[in-house]
Ligand binder design. Sequence first.
Ligand code: HPA
Ligand code: ZN
Length: 346
Amino acid sequence: MRHDDYLRPIPKTELHCHFVSTMTGARLIQLADRYGVALPTTDPDALFAYDDLADFLVAFRAATDVLRTSDDLAKVAYDGVRADVIGSGLRYREYYVNPQYFAPKGIGYRSLLDPIIDGLSAARDDLGVDFRIVVAINRQEPSAAALELVQTVLANPLDPVVGIGQDDLTPELTEDPGRFADAYALARRHGLHTTAHAGERPVDSPESVRVAMDELHVDRIDHGYRIVDDPQLTAQARDSGIHFATTPWSTTICSGWTIDPQHRIRRMIDAGLSVSFSSDDATFFRTSVGREFREALPLLGLGIEDARRIALAGIDGAFCDDDTKASLRARFTAEIMALDATIAAG
Ligand code: HPA
Ligand code: ZN
């Protein structure tokens, strides 16, 4: 059996997926043309090439500018699901939506969230991919703005919006998750789930992961790779069962690492941490959750048994309710058994 025959169809969650990055390259170019947004180039080889995370984030912020209308948002939401169901075995996804990118352009919270939810709900009904939304605090903005954002989330309850996170970098190009402690405390008091991008790059630190865990009390960590440089913190994370939503391919671009059996993600798995795989920014990094399983997983020196564990760990780390988790587990188990039977039948 080829690894590909198993890793492509195995049912998958994707917990770490920035909404804007589910827009295809073709649509990005089409909308940029429609709205007169200047792209540095329309050659995908150059358009999707970056020096590092900070360089990528410049392009990512520009891409948010091509999403102007409800129709743009709903279409991107719907189409972003289709390719991954067919090509990647996607069954459940959590989207990071960062309203602070859109507010300065006159797109308020509900004008942003309502069409995204419409598009994703239609995709769920047509394609069977359930979803939740995590509102991302923009670290470019001050802590008071983050607190205001959480107040807005709480004042506008929407069923699929189940948590908050933080992305981008501070104006000093750091992570500094503790800067947004007040916003996290408010979110937690009102029962929202919490996550944070932390310990992503060589210049970031295990301390960033520690602050997210011990001071923000997050339910999961996005990236978190620097944790392996602190054995005590790694043991604490293993014992607490906190989940890490990792993104192997993005680390080749944003962190400058090679995907091999010495990679930090492999070391996190070997240390007994709960780890799932996601694309992070599929279009921009020219990946998908399917590619993370098909290509990154074998390069990490992992096999089919690991793929099953990683697929199921994605359900453990999800922010949906217990009933949804139970039905996802039943669906994944049945699909994995059917896949095993097909392979055994040769
Ligand atoms: N890190 C920080 N901000 C981001 C990322 C990331 O990997 N992707 C999109 N925004
Ligand atoms: Zn991310």
